[in-house]
Design a protein around this ligand. Sequence first.
Ligand SMILES: *Cc1c(COP(=O)(O)O)cnc(C)c1O
Length: 454
Amino acid sequence: MEKMRKILLTENEMPRQWYNIIADMPNKPLPPLHPGTGKPVGPEDLAAIFPMELIKQEVSAERYIDIPEEVFDLYRTYRPSPLFRAYNLEKTLGTKSRIYYKYEGGNYSGSHKANTAIPQAYYNKQEGVRRMTTETGAGQWGSAMSFACNHFGLELLVFMVKVSFHQKPGRKLMMNTYNAKVVPSPSTMTAAGRKVLETDPDSPGSLGIAISEAIEIALQDPYTKYSLGSVLNHVSLHQTIIGQEALIQMEKANAYPDVVIGCFGGGSNFSGISFPFIRENLVNGKKTRYVAVEPASCPKLTKGKFTYDFGDQSGMTPLLPMYTLGHNFIPDKIHAGGLRYHGAGVLVSQLRKDGLVEAKSKFQRECFEGAILFARTEGILPAPESSYAIAGALDEARRADLEGVSKTILFNLSGHGHFDITAYEKYFEGNLPDHEATAEEIDLSLANSPVPTF
Ligand SMILES: *Cc1c(COP(=O)(O)O)cnc(C)c1O
């Protein structure tokens, strides 16, 4: 058979619904709790910051949820996304395994974030919202929201984690171009930001802090709402367009993955590529493995504790049942800013607890090595975040070769690294330190991140 390097779908073959894994999970996730009462939160508790349609999706048990026409229409400007067979990488490795990757960097935002930015902006607009607030780490989420908000006629205020604000000035300018206002976080605009700056004026910031600032502003005005780029169920739901397309593309390639790999920040791109395949394990007896790869400096899935914790630093969100390093955990300043989050999404946390998902952690230097090998063979310059998935895929291929077997490996290339080029410069200068969060640091962080008990 002719070698298929690039497996494409037509617009007509694109899935018209998102897949909700809750319908098929053997153990349903525990409910989010109200930090004041200890009771499960109801839709009305969330209504101050999210539109009702997204709240419904957050708690829905429906297996498939229709993609609205206006959202589908924007999806069609860059979807279906291509699936590639990494022939050149395979050849250079000399591996017997087959390596496939789904590429989510080929849209305006440069990452998978557009897949949820578009529906989130759309539902907010539908419900009469005028202004949105959000956080961003490396800037991919902020970029994705900036374009989507502007498209649907919403203003946007972005709190950008300070270390990334300085590492990646191009991202700020891109957001400005799409008409968004960008503030480095922690900022003096909010009580949450001022409190952090009082104790540490040089704080590099964290996603948890930026989330607190964005929620605080949203709570002050009924026409302003907040949006989150990862972690929550509805965000993972929107990302399942990735895995559903990949299922069809793998079938076209006459292949099925033995292992599916994603990098892990809050879990949305990993959920997106893996959930539709996990369904095949749960319903159709497939035996595929699922591996989430996270930074050694922010290892919630491998070293965190499964417990109720806040989703933000200052304790404004409901308590979520998740693997966490403690909401006050400030990860080391690694270049994969999108992975510097203290917790793991509720759905992946439950799946991990139930043994359906594996996790491993890696140092950034090894990941950059993998990213450079990937760039030199496949031609795409990966986002620092995505390099963790590449390193995970290389592990699988090398292990299979040592065992003398051939595996089919699928990973998600969540974004490109065109705005992250100074991180590559640091690597070439030999100036990219490895950092590991120790068990003692994590215990201390958890002890310093108290949550209400009931
Ligand atoms: C945000 C981001 C991530 C991490 O977030 P998840 O929600 O875990 O997917 C990974 N890769 C890229 C390119 C990102 O922008």
